[in-house]
Design a protein around this ligand. Sequence first.
Ligand SMILES: [Ca+2]
Ligand SMILES: [Ca+2]
Length: 222
Amino acid sequence: MRFVIVLFAVLMIASAANAQANPPVSDCRSTAGVSCPSMKISICPQGDFEQIRNGCGGTNDYIWIVVRDIDGNPIPGIPVTDYWMNACDAAQALYLCLNPIAADSLTGFNGRTTFSGDFRAGGCVLTQGLCIAVQGLVLKSVYPDCATNLCLNVVIKGPDLTGPLSRPNGIVNLSDAVIFGFSLGKIPGELGYNACCDYDGDNICGLNDLAAFNLHYQHRCP
Ligand SMILES: [Ca+2]
Ligand SMILES: [Ca+2]
């Protein structure tokens, strides 16, 4: 009998500790943002093109998130790989590698952390921005309505634009080179121009972009 009581007590303590360590995330009370008004990141599935910290022309930029529970209390200690981002517009959906983004740290006592490193994915998002998910929940906006996905003002470009299903597929290879080749030397308005191939944003798919494409050729998700 004594053993049963002790076991019960241990289970109750373990259960309470678990509940305290891991309250459920609220997709409505949590929120996120970008450190500059409009961010642009060129990405490669291998994670070795631009980093989020380079997204506003400098080296110190970031995406931030504050994770809260249903009561609005911050949730500290969220693991760094419990997140993903993708296009708000499903038609521009990215190909996400395993663990496509990692936070810079666990969420702090205020539920906050930042992202400034790699984004390992393929694809291109020119309009409507990115949504962000924590522990599988896509954040909603704006509290208390929370009727739509929260969309961060981020433009994504990169060399992996297509694959066997005419979608980005996490590898930069010949089919992507064909798309890039059509756009090379073109400016907006010209037949074949593809803004997704203008990585440096100077309104021409030019030699700088070609050099970057070549650098990432045959790269793939790790
Ligand atoms: Ca591809
Ligand atoms: Ca360019």
